[in-house]
Design a binder for this molecule. Structure first.
Ligand SMILES: Nc1nc2c(ncn2[C@@H]2O[C@H](COP(=O)(O)OP(=O)(O)OP(=O)(O)O)[C@@H](O)[C@H]2O)c(=O)[nH]1
Ligand SMILES: [Mg+2]
Ligand SMILES: [Zn+2]
Length: 395
């Protein structure tokens, strides 16, 4: 079978408009098939899928390929298989059964029929995990950002404004709830003075403890080199955190799949370009007035890091509501959740009640005000979203 690729032709996209998808030939840095690893369970599901196809109609079974979704452009998947990477659509059977949803990182059973320019996804194989967020408030829906991800890189820009510890903590809770490991990457260190760098690193450490690695980066300082690079590297060392794109790469070794999670303009695509060694991903200026990004990245896309693993670049996310993330909260704040079990009142809010073990922990100096505050605000948000949640929605 020859390697087939879509060549940037016009296709109908959701909403009925016609648009041009980027030709896969022009897209570098996608992972190769051997960079991707399916689990035992996914392999078994794939064998089963081929077995069924053989029972139904033998010739289709021979065309089937195991593949991984490596890009989603406006909902259109690109699938990487041992025989190449191609754009794919869903088989009529999946579309009819409303099973035509995939995320980047999903494993699928696909084929390219002789008469087609595009591949066909015949089956979506079971996920080991997914990274998802709640979209549109507590009555909204769960949006899968990527499937089968090992590590979430929580990306936050440094600058004049203090780093948002609330945002870091909620990202960590969502990531840990989905079963992923968490690391914090504080970007744009060149924009912050020594004092601000020290303050913000200390604040993140205070909230997350040493449970999550933290890296300082500055694409500008690394590119420029010289004094500015030395300044940031020195302050990072003084704060006890790693510095630079190389340190980020160590968080994502070969065989590991990571995703960047952060607001628009946080510098996610710039960081990935630094890891790739060239400007593959589009980046965009932030607004001067409020430092907000302009939602430059619109596709979800895997890139393969030289001498490293795979990272999914994502569009920036404005909101990250906490809805039913008990497991994540318990993983990020284990000592607080454990203490809360000993509170006198079952519905203790740990703010004023007598017999509160959480406050006892705080008063005994075991947890800081920052960490307790982050926990209390996320726990309160989760209580309130649980009470408004549509009971028919399964999370
Ligand atoms: N000073 C400075 N600017 C940076 C750094 N990293 C990124 N930027 C700038 O920040 C802006 C936004 O960067 P992007 O990489 O496009 O941000 P993003 O997080 O991918 O944004 P979306 O794709 O919109 O979600 C660009 O103008 C970058 O040049 C850095 O280390 N230092
Ligand atoms: Mg981007
Ligand atoms: Zn309590």
């Amino acid at each position: 079978m020859t390697r087939r690729r879509n060549s940037g032709k016009h296709v109908t996209v959701a909403g009925g408009t016609s648009s041009v998808l980027p030709a896969l030939d022009s897209l570098t840095d996608l992972p190769g098939f051997t960079d991707l690893r399916a689990s035992e369970r996914q392999r078994a599901a794939w064998e089963e899928c081929v077995g069924h196809a053989r029972d139904d109609a033998g010739d289709v079974a021979d065309e089937l390929l195991m593949g991984c979704v490596v890009r989603l452009d406006r909902g259109f998947p690109a699938v990487c298989t041992a025989r190449g990477t191609f754009r794919a659509e869903f088989s009529a059977r999946l579309t009819k059964g409303d099973n035509s949803h995939v995320a980047v990182g999903d494993w699928v059973c696909a084929r390219v029929p002789d008469t087609h320019e595009m591949g066909l996804i015949e089956e979506v194989l079971p996920r080991e995990s997914d990274i998802a967020r709640w979209r549109g408030g507590s009555r909204g829906e769960r949006q899968t950002l990527a499937a089968n991800v090992d590590v979430v890189l929580v990306v936050q820009a440094l600058g004049e404004k203090s780093v948002s510890c609330d945002r870091v903590a909620r990202s960590a809770v969502i990531a840990r709830d989905c079963g992923a490991d968490v690391a914090v990457v504080l970007t744009k260190a060149d924009r912050a003075s020594d004092e601000v760098l020290e303050r913000d690193v200390a604040a993140v450490r205070d909230v997350l403890g040493f449970g999550a690695p933290c890296v300082l980066t500055s694409s500008d300082a690394e590119r420029a080199g010289g004094e500015e690079r030395d300044r940031v590297a020195t302050i990072a060392a003084a704060c006890g955190v790693a510095f630079g794109a190389r340190a980020v790469r160590l968080l994502v070794p070969a065989g590991v799949v990571a995703i960047v999670l952060g607001e628009s303009g946080a510098g996610k695509s710039t960081l990935l370009n630094a890891l790739l060694g060239h400007d593959t991903l589009e980046t965009g200026e932030v607004r001067l007035a409020d430092d907000a990004g302009r939602h430059t990245t619109v596709s979800r896309r895997m890139v393969s890091v030289p001498d490293g693993g795979i990272i999914v670049d994502e569009p920036g996310l404005r909101s990250l509501p906490i809805v039913g993330h008990e497991r994540g909260l318990a993983k990020v704040f284990p000592e607080i959740v454990e203490a809360a079990r000993g509170c006198r009142f079952r519905d203790c809010t740990h703010t004023h009640e007598p017999g509160c073990e959480v406050r006892a922990l705080f008063e005994g100096g075991v947890i800081s005000e920052g960490r307790l505050g982050a926990y209390l605000s996320l726990a309160a948000e989760m209580r309130s979203s649980a009470s408004t949640l549509d009971p028919d929605v399964v999370i």
